[in-house]
Design a protein around this ligand. Sequence first.
Ligand code: BEZ
Length: 248
Amino acid sequence: MVQTWNPKLYAENVRFVSELGQGVLTLLSPVAGERVLDLGCGDGVLTKELASLGCEVVGIDGSAQMIKATRALGVRAQVMDGQVMTFEREFDAVFSNAALHWMKRPDDVLRGVARALKPRGRFVAEFGAGDNVAQVLSAISSCLQRRGIDAESVNPWYFPQPEDYRRKLTEHGFDVIHLELFSRPTPLPGDVLAWLETFAQSFTSTVAPEERAALLMEVRDQLRPSLFDNDDGWWVDYVRLRFAATLL
Ligand code: BEZ
C-alpha cells in the first residue's frame, strides 16, 4: 500500500477525524485505571484523552511518524501493524476510531484483538463501512479507468456490510452488544483536494508524478456537483459502523 502519514498535514486537513471520535469514546465508557489499547491511534489525540480520563493506555499504529506524534503528547505508543498484534490477555478494552478500514485483513485484526483482551474484555470501535465514501470511490474509479487502471486492484480500504462484520465478530468469540451503521455527511475544513492528497495516495500513485495534479483535478471536477455546496463548501459522504462487543 502506498500511503504515507504526515501528522502536520493530518492536523491541518482532517483534524475532524478525532473530533468526531467522541461518540465511540462515549460508547467505550472508559473507567479510570483500566488498561486500554488504542488500535490505530493516528496522531494520538484520542489516546491522550483516554489517558487524561485515568486509563492506562497504549497506542499502536503502523506509521512511525504518527507514533512519534503520539509520544510527543506524552502517551505510551509503539509502531505495530494492527493485523499482526502480539499482545496477550493484557487489556480491559481495545478501542479504535477511524482505523479499521485501513486494515484489509479483518480476521487477522479480530484474532489479535481477541488475544489482546482479558476475558470479558471489550472491543469498541468505529470505522468506515457499507457505502462509505462511495461517491469519492466512484469518481476515482472512473478517472483511473480512463487511464486503463483498475482502481479496485489498489483500493486500500475495507468497508464491510454491517451483518458481515457482525458475523466476523461472532466467529472470533465476541458477544455483540451494540452495532449500528449510520451516514455521517462530513463537512471538510477546505478543498476536497486536501482530503484526496491526505488519504487517496494508493490510487494517485498509480500514475506518473507529473500526471497526478491533472488526475486530482479530474476527480475534483467529477465530485463537485454532488459533494460541493456553494454555502457550506466541500463535504465527504462518510458512513460509519460503530459497535461494542464483549469477549465471551
Ligand atoms: C474514513 O474515515 O471513512 C476514511 C478515511 C480515509 C479514507 C477512506 C475513508
